[in-house]
Write a protein that binds this ligand. Structure first.
Ligand SMILES: C[S@@+](CC[C@H](N)C(=O)[O-])C[C@H]1O[C@@H](n2cnc3c(N)ncnc32)[C@H](O)[C@@H]1O
Length: 252
């Protein structure tokens, strides 16, 4: 269920205050955001080039930076940017203002399955920093449903935080993430305001993995296996940094 059908704000556990915080500091909270987006674009390129009418669906588009980058890089592509937060969708429309003729934005709930039969079948699904709000079985059924929903030859690219499998892995990810936020805050503001916000908001999942029940990341290996079990081929990991990874798989 999307756009005209979903009229009320879905109960996703993510608040409009979370959206405001992430709109303010998301770029500094995200490790190497430019490199993440560039990697996603490079992964998408073959599937988009192969398609006569490329259509990319971004699940949980947030403030729309990735959608805007896709629209800029692929002038033949149409983009659907979906999110459960009205504030995020408003931000996406602003971020993508130069491309409104190729963009639709819609309220949706990632956890529901009523939106998953997309017609016509898209060329690609992308999602960044949101699928970890689903638990393991929900991720498995999402991966299966995205596989079924994709056009043959289509691609699924997942950017997300990853659950380390050992206590030392958690410590390493926590420290690396904090270091990156510190240096990105200095680069953007010349001071530590984004790091202060990161700490005040308790955003570093790896420091306190049980603190917020909304966060349910799964391990890298589990997610690769679930993609394979769903039918995806060429399952790969193209980026890993500070507990954040990019996975992808292609439907034959
Ligand atoms: C951490 S932000 C990431 C935003 C963007 N994708 C990025 O990488 O910058 C998480 C996003 O997921 C959305 N979200 C979280 N749970 C959701 C759900 N169950 N259904 C729809 N959107 C959801 C939030 O509204 C928010 O925009």
């Amino acid at each position: 269920m999307v756009e005209s059908e979903l009229t009320s704000v879905p109960d996703t556990g993510w608040s409009e205050q979370d959206s405001a915080d992430f709109i303010a500091y998301g770029p500094e909270f995200t490790p190497e955001g430019d490199r993440l987006r560039e990697t996603v674009l490079n992964l998408l390129a073959p599937a988009i080039t192969d398609s006569e009418t490329p259509h990319v669906v971004e699940l949980c588009c947030g403030a729309g930076q990735l959608s805007a980058a896709i629209l800029e890089r692929f002038p033949s592509a149409r983009m659907s940017a979906w999110d459960g937060s009205p504030a995020m969708l408003a931000e996406t429309r602003e971020t993508c203002a130069a491309y409104t003729d190729r963009l639709d934005t819609q309220l949706f709930n990632l956890a529901e399955s009523d939106w998953r039969d997309v017609n016509p079948k898209p060329t690609a699904f992308v999602s960044s920093l949101a699928v970890h709000h689903l638990d393991g079985p929900q991720k498995q059924s999402l991966f299966h449903d995205l596989y079924c929903a994709l056009n043959p030859g289509g691609l699924f690219v997942l950017v997300d935080i990853i659950m380390p499998t050992t206590p030392i892995g958690l410590e390493i990810a926590a420290k690396q993430w904090e270091d990156i936020v510190r240096s990105q805050s200095m680069a953007k503001y010349g001071d530590l305001r984004a790091l202060v916000a990161f700490e005040r908001l308790g955003w570093n999942f790896f420091l306190a993995p049980d603190a917020d029940p909304i966060d349910k990341p799964s391990s890298l290996v589990d997610q690769c296996l679930w993609m394979r079990e769903s039918g995806f081929q060429a399952v790969d990991v193209s980026f890993y940094r500070a507990g954040h990874a990019i996975l992808s798989g292609r439907k034959p």
